[in-house]
Design a protein around this ligand. Sequence first.
Ligand code: UDP
Length: 472
Amino acid sequence: MDSLSSPVEMFFFPFVGGGHQIPMIDMARMFAAHGAKCTIVATPKHALSFRESILRDQRSGHRIFIETLSLPDNIDLANTDMTASALTDTSMLQEPLTKLLLQRKPDCIVHDMFHHWAVGAIDNLELNISRIVFNGNGCFAGCIRYNVTKFRPHETVDSKYEPFVVPELPDRIELTPSQMPVPAFQFVEDKMLKATDNCYGVVVNSFYELEPAYVEQSRKANKAWIVGPVSLYNRNIADKAERGKKAAVDEQSILSWLHSKEPESVLYISFGSVGRLSPAQILEIAYGLQASNQPFIWVVGTVFNGEETWFPTGFEEKIKESEQGLIINGWAPQLLILEHRSIGGFMTHCGWNSVLEGVSCGVPMITWPKFADQFYNEKLVTDVLKVGVKVGSLDWLTWNMESQRTVGRDKVEAAVKRLMGGGEEGVEMRNKAKLVGEMAKKAVEEGGSSYKDVICLINELEDRRKRSRPDV
Ligand code: UDP
């Protein structure tokens, strides 16, 4: 750990939703553990979801604090809870944030790029606060986004399912136009790129060894500190179990169920903090899982149409009786589950946090992307790292758009058997995943690449302060 006397003061301004808020909280805690004074800026409601972990860090002597921004009485961003999207307008936070920055003048503010208004609002203050962007993606996805925006290769093919090659990447990566953001969302991609205009740099939740060529390519566009996987900062059970939200099931019952299973035999299934499936899709997954005979933990999130009976008749009773599966209705303690030795595979929507968490735990994946950067992340997992198999998801849909095409039970069963059935290909992927998992852990340990980048940013901010604000 670096010197606790570091005068550097860092503000972290996360977005108001799970997949973006969770890693930024971990990141702030990590920088505080390395000696920076860190303040997380949040709405009162959102602060509640991570307050306990911050109190635990404070008791360990870390200089980490929460600063809440008051909202006008009639505005309740809390309604968004964990389902805040890229379209959620947070601009009502501009006034209280500006006030706070004028008062405190931190050395830097790391802000989520989904606070679209923050770019101009912070830069226009001319307080010499280094503005650092967090966009929640890895470098691989960032490079794809940059290159498809610049070269528009998807416009050169005739049909939405015809593959095109993304130009000027270190690997040959093919996508189809159907896997690109729908037009209504293209502006989010553009904003993502714009957020880094004139920024001091970007912090990335990834690690150098995972995607070295893409880190190098990203660094040509911006200064970038690669400081993850930040989830590895959660070392005790309480931190892992309460990350983001209180779990719907108590962790002990999940752990004892997992203890009863063979090592690497259980498939963990989750579609992230906001993903939804149609009742028809849930039915196909259920039949596919049943046919695969593989033990599983399935986190069933929100379902379209609010229909109640989406499982096949008798499914829940059958899997309970046979102990084949555990269904979690609601939030799961994902980190605790993934790191258990009985987990042998992760069926994931390829949200970047989930991919990194799977990678950090050395778990191979079945990829089922749906929106955002998830199709790009799938390519990293299956085509570059070769630690996963695709289920065959083809259409980019927002979290709240219902797919017109379900992935059939046969495809689900085939993917599960390919990864978990004991065949040579699955074993090879598992071995590779374990190696990548070891690299991830090394990256955040003392002397590792991410550890060094954390120190490097703190030192740089310290130098910058000495040079430009010798009075502070
Ligand atoms: N998560 C969790 N329990 C759940 C669902 C999600 O702990 O039941 C966490 C997961 O560990 C990850 C984050 O929520 O850190 C989801 O982020 P990701 O980027 O994977 O997907 P998103 O939710 O943004 O689509």
